[in-house]
Design a protein around this ligand. Structure first.
Ligand SMILES: Nc1ncnc2c1ncn2[C@@H]1O[C@H](COP(=O)(O)OP(=O)(O)OP(=O)(O)O)[C@@H](O)[C@H]1O
Ligand SMILES: [Mg+2]
Length: 272
């Protein structure tokens, strides 16, 4: 049995557009699931599938130069960070080097990391996907039984357009879309308390109603989230009582709930 067989649920975090907060969502969701042990969470791993911009090890505070050890001369032992297991496509290349691999090489590296990571038995494996609807997304859906995809978007139209493609792609390859995270929502000024929708508002709801899915969480646009990430200690750990963590905890609850439901057939959609 491949190591993937020991994993209860594989959930991927995707977006059409880059920079909308996939990796931030992946890491905070992983930590929130690890905290919800008794209510459906449990042992969690994170796989960083973004070879062009691997950021999960940094977000989890893995020190530069740390690499997975080999078990049996072949399989990679994931790195433990903040109580979650982690492996990254970034570990396959030298840090600071430009990746100039052709698509087949990237796919084969991804297949290798999927098959050859010696994950312990996990309740959840969160896969942080690169942006877009490309080869890695397809390869994941063909190589593993994915319980569902969470599509991250920001509330403005440009990001939503790409999120539509991401949802349509998952439907086409029969990966259930668990719902949408509308990230970088309302910003509340730390000085005066004024709330402003810097990236607009209501986009996630429009997207969700168009595709018949739900908005699972609306993390605020909050400098505390970025600052914590920059320090390699996500906000849930750095400041567990911070109000902005509520969104990650709600997301974990929603993911647990939706993965416990029997899969419903998704409506057929064609990608234009
Ligand atoms: N809710 C938020 N509030 C404030 N900053 C955020 C929030 N979400 C993400 N960020 C910041 O925005 C930047 C981009 O986030 P992140 O790296 O998670 O995006 P991504 O979608 O994974 O990007 P890429 O497509 O490059 O992989 C980071 O600096 C992150 O700290
Ligand atoms: Mg990322």
């Amino acid at each position: 049995m491949s190591e993937l067989g020991k994993i209860r649920h594989i959930v991927c975090i995707a977006s059409g557009k880059g920079g909308v907060g996939k990796s931030t969502t992946a890491v905070n969701l992983a930590l929130a699931l690890a905290r919800s042990g008794k209510s459906g969470g449990g042992k969690v791993g994170v796989l960083d599938a973004d070879i062009y911009g691997p950021s999960v090890p940094t977000l989890l505070g893995v020190a530069d130069g740390v690499r997975p050890e080999l078990v049996d001369g072949k399989r990679m032992r994931p790195i433990q960070a903040h109580g979650v297991e982690c492996n990254s496509m970034g570990f396959l290349v030298d840090q600071g080097t430009a990746v100039v691999w052709r698509a087949p090489m990237i796919i084969s590296a991804f297949r290798q990391i999927l098959a050859d990571t010696a994950w312990p038995p996990l309740d959840w494996l969160i896969v942080d996907l690169p942006p877009g609807t490309g080869d890695i997304q397809l390869s994941l859906s063909q190589s593993a039984r994915v319980s569902g995809a969470v599509v991250v978007t920001t509330p403005q139209d440009l990001s939503l357009l790409d999120a539509r493609r991401a949802i349509a792609m998952f439907r086409k390859v029969n990966v259930p879309v668990l719902g949408v995270v509308e990230n970088m929502n309302m910003h509340v000024c730390r000085k005066c308390g004024h709330a402003e929708a810097i990236f607009g508002s209501g986009g996630g709801d429009r997207l969700a109603s168009e595709f018949g899915v739900s908005v699972l969480a609306r993390p605020a646009l909050d400098p505390a989230i970025r600052e914590a990430s920059d320090h390699g200690e996500p906000l849930l750990l750095r400041n567990p009582d911070h109000a902005s963590n509520r969104a990650w905890l709600e997301l974990a609850e929603a993911v647990i709930r939706r993965c416990a439901e029997p899969a419903r057939p998704a409506p057929k959609i064609s990608i234009s």
